[in-house]
Design a protein around this ligand. Structure first.
Ligand SMILES: [Zn+2]
Length: 377
């Protein structure tokens, strides 16, 4: 049983992924397949040496241990995880409380059961998601080879740790709530692409020569089982973008590829892929500005958080103090000026607030998916 214990990481908010929804197109998933529970804990696996310790994250391995049992469906697997989560041993139920060895044994057993149930959920998810999609299968296999770990948290704990996100990747560890695996909206695949790209420190490091990064990306894509030309397209189309936005160009393209495979559509041509990467890069650059969070009065404020509705936006910024608004406008403008869009769309407003409105209008326009619809169909 592959159990990894690690402390909660420090999260760089820039590595957080957006929640699924309009930003992340759900991959189509067809109900299918059948894996079941019943992972029996190994004899003698209790205790601190072999078993997971109470209070630590339980990480499951993307590959799953050999012989992970087959479960009826991911809904049932998720239900089993939830049942176990609601049924953790409580010290108060044992004479002597937390000093009672029976409590320790029960806790260790519970942790093992929960680990098995989470592994079964992951396996059930994988079986269903990979159905009809060689790209998804390739991503799962590459993640397995790379030793990517998946930490499945209860929905409550996830929401507390990573509010406003659908899944999070820190380095090569993916964090998802139980509901993300139950619903099958492609959150795991999205995060695994982040994890696979995170395996390289230099892919989007523009102090490294472009040719070297192209060569590295070609090799990486080939090793994952993706088209090496796409690795090159990714590097060339994302020049000047920050690594998170650049990652999202690939997650967007991958989402389209998976959708097409599952819908039985023909693959995109090379010419279509060339333009897709270019257009996705513009959109993700705009989305990077849209989601850019600025700390205002102890809270994170972003254009995205202020909403797409003009009236709602006007009402919300009217509630900010003059200083808060000035700070917010300045930070968003600085973020905009870091992008390649700034040169292409020079701002003309005289005041910071006018320029903020201008940036908002441009970003809303440039993130519009209409020009990208052709690739989904
Ligand atoms: Zn993401």
């Amino acid at each position: 049983m592959d159990v990894s214990l690690r402390p909660a990481p420090d999260i760089d908010p820039s590595r957080l992924s957006p929640p699924p929804g309009p930003l992340d197109r759900p991959a189509q998933a067809t109900a299918q397949e059948a894996l079941s529970f019943g992972a029996e804990p190994e004899d003698g696996a209790f205790g601190t040496a072999a078993g997971p310790e109470s209070g630590e994250d339980i990480a499951v391995c993307i590959g799953g241990p050999l012989g992970t049992p087959v479960t009826p469906s991911k809904e049932e697997a998720a239900e089993r995880v939830r049942e176990l989560e609601a049924d953790a041993p409580e010290a108060d139920d044992y004479p002597g409380g937390s000093l009672n060895p029976l409590y320790w044994v029960a806790t260790a057993q519970h942790r093992l059961d929960l680990h098995g149930a989470k592994q079964a959920l992951l396996e059930a998810y994988k079986a269903e998601a990979a159905e009809g999609s060689p790209t998804t299968q390739a991503i799962f296999e590459a993640a397995e080879r790379e030793g990517v770990q998946v930490v499945v948290l209860s929905d409550e704990e996830y929401a507390e740790r990573y509010p406003g996100t659908g899944g999070v990747t820190v380095g090569e560890t993916v964090y998802v709530p139980v509901s993300a695996l139950e619903s099958g909206e492609g959150v795991l695949e999205h995060e695994l692409v982040h994890a696979l790209l995170n395996g390289s420190d230099t892919l989007f490091d523009e102090t490294v020569p472009l040719d070297d990064r192209v060569a590295e990306a070609r090799e990486l894509f080939e090793s994952i089982g993706l088209d090496a030309d796409d690795g090159e397209r990714l590097i060339r189309s994302t020049e000047g973008m920050n690594p998170v936005d650049a990652d999202h160009v690939q997650t967007y393209v991958t989402g389209i590829d998976i959708h097409r495979e599952q819908a039985g559509l023909p693959p995109l041509t090379d010419a279509q892929r060339d333009t897709l990467y270019e257009q996705a890069a513009i959109r993700e650059t705009a989305l990077g500005v849209w989601r850019h969070g600025v700390e205002i009065g102890g809270e994170e404020v972003s254009l995205a958080g202020l909403g797409e509705n003009d009236l709602e936006f006007a009402v919300k910024i009217a509630q900010m103090s003059e200083q808060e608004l000035a700070d917010f406008a300045a930070e968003v403008e600085a973020r905009w000026n870091e992008t390649s869009l700034a040169g292409e769309y020079p701002l003309t407003g005289d005041t910071p607030l006018e320029r903020l409105q201008e940036i908002r209008d441009l970003v809303l326009r440039l993130q519009d998916e209409a020009p990208l619809q052709q690739y989904w169909q």
